[in-house]
Design a protein around this ligand. Structure first.
Ligand code: HEM
Ligand code: HEM
Length: 161
């Protein structure tokens, strides 16, 4: 999911900032973003159920309390964003009157076309992915810090891998 989400942020930035409005493959690229985004939305629910059943191991006791709180808050915010980012994209498409195409098949619409809501969801899907990018950067910086600039028992990256 990490690879998928980082790829989707890159693809989203490419689509909205660099891709020409006349590009012949514009629709295919948008549909690829929507398909992979819908996949991420489905996957996060499986991930949350899985986490509820199996729990995740406690963080190492050697970590200072403040770092434990920092890590857990970042993980919590990442879970919220893993739902809010693709959901805002889905609702944006539906409220503009477009279906969400999933690798060639249209998924059911969650809401009817609605101009006011379309602006709101567009705004949300413009801001939230960048908030997510910021939290991901902090999250990766944390993993790198514990790997290279910390005691061996704080190497959470090894646990995750
Ligand atoms: C984890 C999943 C997703 C991530 C990380 C993501 C990320 C992004 C980013 C970074 C942008 C560019 C924002 C901007 O600068 O304006 C974007 C645009 C867009 N996304 Fe997503 N997205 C995700 C899921 C979805 C889904 C599920 C849909 C629809 C079903 C969707 C539809 C769109 C559309 C249509 C745009 C272009 C908006 C425009 O042209 O202004 N995205 N996305
Ligand atoms: C290449 C980039 C990434 C690295 C190196 C990385 C590293 C890690 C590490 C080391 C942990 C484990 C902490 C522990 O031992 O408990 C972790 C957990 C986590 N990561 Fe990442 N991560 C990356 C990308 C992402 C992305 C893109 C997301 C989502 C947007 C994400 C979401 C999470 C979440 C939610 C957890 C907590 C899992 C749980 O215990 O429920 N990570 N990550």
């Amino acid at each position: 999911m990490a690879a998928l989400i980082i790829f989707l942020i890159g693809l989203g930035i490419y689509m909205s900032q660099f891709l020409s409005k006349e590009a012949p493959n514009r629709l295919d690229i948008y549909n690829l973003h929507k398909s992979l985004g819908a996949l991420a939305l489905g996957a996060v629910f499986i991930r949350i159920i899985n986490r509820g059943i199996f729990k995740s191991p406690e963080l190492p006791n050697s970590l200072p309390k403040i770092e434990k709180i920092g890590a857990k808050s970042a993980h919590f915010v990442l879970y919220i964003l893993m739902i809010a980012v693709p959901l805002s994209g889905y609702l944006m498409s539906n409220s503009f009157g477009y279906p969400v195409n999933f690798f060639g098949h249209n998924l059911p619409n969650m809401i009817e076309p609605n101009e006011k809501l379309s602006h709101l969801f567009h705004e949300l899907h413009e801001i939230l992915p960048y908030v997510m990018l910021g939290v991901i950067a902090l999250h990766i910086a944390g993993a790198v810090k514990h790997r290279f600039f910390d005691k061996a028992e704080n190497d959470v990256l090894k646990r995750m891998l």
